[in-house]
Design a protein around this ligand. Structure first.
Ligand SMILES: NC(=O)c1ccc[n+]([C@@H]2O[C@H](COP(=O)([O-])OP(=O)(O)OC[C@H]3O[C@@H](n4cnc5c(N)ncnc54)[C@H](OP(=O)(O)O)[C@@H]3O)[C@@H](O)[C@H]2O)c1
Length: 309
């Protein structure tokens, strides 16, 4: 198959940098679209289109997208730190991007959203982002992964530091070296998670962004939500997919069947990049909301961002 012309919004970000490397390795031509796409580095099939999507008018954004077979939206606010994890800016920017993508008639629009829009099993109106049980299971699961905590520390300041302290506190409990203070710190952290997790505002914005797409037949799109434990790590080369619902592992023996504890799946950015590249080439999930998950047993910390050599 001859290479495609693929635009990546956010080529220097977490998901976008891994994706751009995968696309180039698979023989596609990539146009990086962000404020400083040149920071990714050099490759003969990589071109940079610098643009500030917040400030630029939709007409200019449409020009940035012109002539593309596929456009992948990997825009995210994380590189600006935890204070940038807001509700309105993400939705407003997503609106502009969709209007511009439709105007420029890109062949296929791939939206990378968040796991917050995935439904809890067997439900139609109950997403992860509004489930207190999901938030607790999520924080407990990522705290068990050294690689995930290291990734949060690299990207999200005090949120990463708090997660490290929470992980260390659980480790003390498991080793039997905890004190009353350790238990209190776990309780305090989990109360905050249950009442209003610091990431909830942004995760809910991502959740709501799906409403721009659901049932919309005015352009060719697909919407991928990474599975919950999405992080940097090993490229295993294989993944599984699921439509609409959060992928879950079987209920552990003797556990409450309603509990989400120890049941969340995840995927590395390198494996998600394979899933997105496959979709860009095959275009088999038009108008669908889906997730991908893979083996996360390797817990080696890995950089959140990659560059072209
Ligand atoms: N578990 C999950 O479900 C999960 C976890 C993480 C992320 N996600 C989702 O994945 C998607 C991508 O997030 P990410 O974390 O991979 O990205 P990220 O690291 O936050 O990437 C930021 C990218 O956006 C670009 N950018 C920021 N502001 C911009 C602006 N004003 N104009 C143009 N470009 C701008 C940056 O490039 P410049 O600095 O060059 O502009 C950078 O390349 C988001 O929808 C996010 O919600 C989901």
């Amino acid at each position: 198959m001859p290479g495609l012309d693929i635009g990546v919004i956010g080529p220097t970000g977490f998901g976008g940098s891994y994706l751009t490397v995968e696309l180039l390795n698979r023989g596609h031509r990539v146009r990086g679209i962000s404020r400083h796409p040149e920071k990714l580095g050099h490759h003969e099939a990589y071109t940079s289109h610098p643009i500030d999507l917040e400030k630029a008018p939709i007409e200019d954004i449409s020009k940035a997208f012109s002539g593309l077979d596929v456009l992948v939206n990997e825009y995210g606010p994380h590189t600006a730190g935890e204070e940038a994890l807001q509700y309105q800016p993400f939705l407003e920017l997503t609106r502009k991007i969709i209007l511009a993508a439709k105007d420029s008639k890109v062949g296929y629009f791939i939206m990378v959203g968040g796991c917050g829009s995935l439904n809890l099993p067997g439900t139609h109106f109950h997403t992860c982002s509004e489930s207190r049980d999901w938030w607790l299971a999520y924080r407990r699961a990522i705290a068990k992964s050294h690689a995930h905590v290291a990734y949060m520390e690299e990207r999200l300041g005090s949120m990463g530091t708090a997660l490290r302290e929470y992980r260390d506190a659980w480790a003390a409990v498991r080793q039997g070296t905890d004190t009353g203070a350790t238990r209190r710190s776990i309780d305090e952290y989990e109360q905050k998670v249950l009442n209003n997790d610091k990431a909830k505002t942004f995760v809910t914005a991502c959740r709501t962004s799906f409403m721009f797409f659901d049932g919309n037949t005015s352009f060719r799109w697909t919407y991928i939500s990474p599975s919950a434990l999405y992080r940097p790590g090993k490229r295993t080369g294989t993944y599984k997919t699921i439509f609409d619902e959060i992928p879950l592992k079987p209920v552990p023996a003797g556990a409450d069947p309603k509990s989400l504890e120890d049941r969340l799946h995840g995927i590395t950015a390198a494996d998600l990049a394979i899933a997105i590249t496959d979709e860009a080439e095959k275009q088999g999930r038009i108008g669908r909301h889906w997730s991908a998950y893979a083996d996360l047993s390797d817990d080696t910390p890995t950089p959140s961002y990659v560059t072209l050599s």
